[in-house]
Design a protein around this ligand. Structure first.
Ligand SMILES: Nc1ncnc2c1ncn2[C@@H]1O[C@H](COP(=O)(O)OP(=O)(O)OP(=O)(O)O)[C@@H](O)[C@H]1O
Ligand SMILES: [Mg+2]
Length: 325
């Protein structure tokens, strides 16, 4: 089957609205609009991998069926071909007469927040001009990057990061469909590391599946390796060494684990932040640690030396604990 060569994010792209997981309210509302034949201009915004593109394409498939190609124009607004090209394409598409009249044509403008302000300004005129027989659906990650005049022409839907239960349902479906074996702690880590992004969940799952022999189980370590995130166990080993051992030992442990696992200091630091919940610390101490790590992260982004920032991390944590008493 040709779909075997597809990346799973494409292979498992929702074919109908029912396959869109975890966005019940949005799906329910757009379905209602469609049923009543009163679709407004739409704006879907929210973080990556939450189903914006999938939802509008699934909706369009349900609306137009075989007629999809005639009725839907998909444009990627971040293509750097300029607004003129986009305007021409829209004009051509919107002004060809429909022989079988079956409602509005749909123009999907993906990644609209990558458009320049001038282009967005031009677009609002275009939208107005063709409202008679077309509807626009604008997709973006950030609504604040869109021109207010554009926003006010659309009905807005926010796509939130997907709940773990939604990720889990879809991931389980794919695991079953692909006949994978996965340890339950590995599955749990996969969900946590995906942070509400279904695209990431499926990509990591596929990377893991490629790494194992068929029939072999996907382990938690593999998941961490594929994501490039440190394993909680290693993070805790370093954190424990910093908290309980002397300076030299703490530094040695940190260096060793960073080397064997190939971790950048910032990865280790985000690891600290996520395991810190498991430690019993006074609020003041926790605050001092987090604030200190924040400052160091900033210094690293400004090009601070790795060795100095490493020692600063140890210093921040030890200091915070010392001041606890
Ligand atoms: N809610 C969802 N239900 C089921 N699958 C989903 C969902 N969201 C994302 N996916 C999966 O992730 C892939 C990417 O999703 P999609 O292109 O819809 O994300 P997006 O929200 O448009 O992201 P971006 O902002 O990066 O464009 C889809 O092909 C699908 O496999
Ligand atoms: Mg998209």
């Amino acid at each position: 089957m040709s779909s075997d060569n597809l990346p799973w994010v494409e292979k498992y792209r929702p074919a109908k609205l029912d396959d869109v997981y975890g966005q019940k309210d949005v799906v329910q509302t757009v379905r209602k609009f469609a049923k009543e034949g009163r679709i407004p201009h739409l704006l879907f915004y929210g973080p990556p991998g939450t189903g914006k593109t999938s939802t509008i394409i699934a909706l369009a498939r349900e609306l137009y069926g075989k007629n999809y190609r005639n009725m839907v124009l998909e444009l990627n607004a971040s293509d750097d071909r300029g607004i003129d090209v986009v305007r021409d394409q829209i004009k051509n598409f919107a002004s060809t007469r429909q022989i079988f009249n079956s409602g509005f044509k749909l123009i999907i403008l993906d990644e609209a927040d990558a458009m320049s302000n001038a282009a967005q300004n031009a677009l609002r005129r275009v939208i107005e001009k063709y409202t008679k027989n077309t509807r626009f659906c604008i997709l973006a990650n950030y609504s604040h990057k869109l021109n207010p005049a554009l926003l006010s022409r659309c009905t807005r839907f926010r796509f939130s990061p997907l709940a773990d239960s939604a990720l889990q349902d879809r991931v389980d479906y794919v695991i079953k469909a692909e006949g994978l074996k996965i340890a339950s702690d590995a599955r749990q880590s996969l969900l946590e590391l995906s942070e509400g992004d279904m695209r990431r969940a499926l990509n990591v799952l596929q990377a893991c599946a490629t790494a194992v022999e068929s029939g072999e189980e996907i382990t938690q370590d593999m998941v961490y390796e594929c994501v490039g995130a440190p394993r909680p166990q290693s993070v805790m080993t370093v954190l424990d060494a910093i908290m309980s051992n002397d300076w030299t030992d703490a530094y040695a442990t940190m260096t060793k684990i960073r080397k064997t696992e190939g971790l950048a200091l910032v990865d280790l630091m985000s690891g600290f932040v996520s395991v810190l919940d498991k430690y019993e610390l006074k609020p003041r101490t926790r605050m001092a640690v987090l604030q200190g790590l924040g400052d160091i992260e900033y210094s690293i982004s400004k090009g601070g030396s790795d060795k100095i920032q490493c020692t600063a991390v140890i210093g921040v944590i030890k200091n915070a604990l010392e001041n606890e008493n």
